[in-house]
Structure formats: structure tokens, C-alpha cells
Design a protein around this ligand. Structure first.
Ligand SMILES: [Cu+2]
Length: 131
């Protein structure tokens, strides 16, 4: 009896990961193992004012779900990053919200999404320009 219950619990725990084939048709960023859709709030990134990101991540290889993500941004041409560290919170399976992004200069920025899964990190990047 106990074994049956354990098997049932395992099925419940494993099911969401197995069900997560990548639903993102046009990802904003793509790595070796994961793809992401990144929505900024507001949709136009403001200069020198905080904004948020909604990040949806799904596997493009296999069906291993993302366990955690780390977000950062840099200006590659200027070789510097942000002066603030965004706070990332998990919304539900495969979705995160990041608050406290702030781009203090106009120009080309690169947002990096590092996706952790089973002890590995997949790095995805997307470029955005702040007018
Ligand atoms: Cu700069």
C-alpha cells in the first residue's frame, strides 16, 4: 500500500516536468537546452527608471524543466553592467518575475538569462536598445 502511494506521489511530482514540451513558438532568447520569452513591463524599457521582466522558460532539448534562473544585464560595448541587482521570484512552473532592472544609459543592452537544471547552466541572451 505504501509503495502505491509513493508511486502516485512520484507521478504527481514528475508530471509537470514531463508535460513541459516547449510551448514558446517565437522565443526571444535561445540557448543550447532552453528557450525563453521575455516580456518587459513596461513594454518600452525606460531610461534610468526601474522596470520588470516576466521570463518564461521551457526546454528545447528533452523535457527537463528549468529549476531556477539568474538574470543580469550588461552593455557589451561599454563593458559594464547594471548598478542594481534585480530580485527574481518564481511565479509558477517555468515562469519567473524580475523586479528592479534599471538601465542607466541609452544604447545597446544585453540581458542574460542563466537557466539552472540538474546541476548545469544554460546561458541565453537577448539584446534590447534603450533610446
Ligand atoms: Cu554604457
Amino acid at each position: 500500500m505504501r509503495r502505491v502511494i509513493r508511486a502516485a506521489l512520484l507521478a504527481i511530482v514528475v508530471w509537470p516536468a514531463a508535460a513541459m514540451a516547449c510551448p514558446i513558438e517565437q522565443p526571444d532568447a535561445r540557448g543550447d537546452r532552453f528557450a525563453a520569452r521575455v516580456i518587459t513591463q513596461p513594454s518600452t524599457i525606460p531610461l534610468n527608471a526601474p522596470f520588470s521582466l516576466i521570463v518564461e522558460v521551457c526546454p528545447v532539448v528533452g523535457d527537463t524543466a528549468a529549476e531556477a534562473i539568474t538574470l543580469d544585464a550588461t552593455m557589451p560595448r561599454h563593458r559594464h553592467g547594471m548598478n542594481y541587482r534585480p530580485e527574481v521570484t518564481r511565479l509558477d512552473d517555468g515562469r519567473w518575475r524580475a523586479d528592479g532592472f534599471l538601465f542607466h544609459m541609452p544604447g545597446a543592452w544585453r540581458i542574460a538569462v542563466e537557466v539552472e537544471s540538474h546541476g548545469t547552466v544554460d546561458r541565453l541572451t537577448l539584446d534590447r536598445t534603450v533610446p
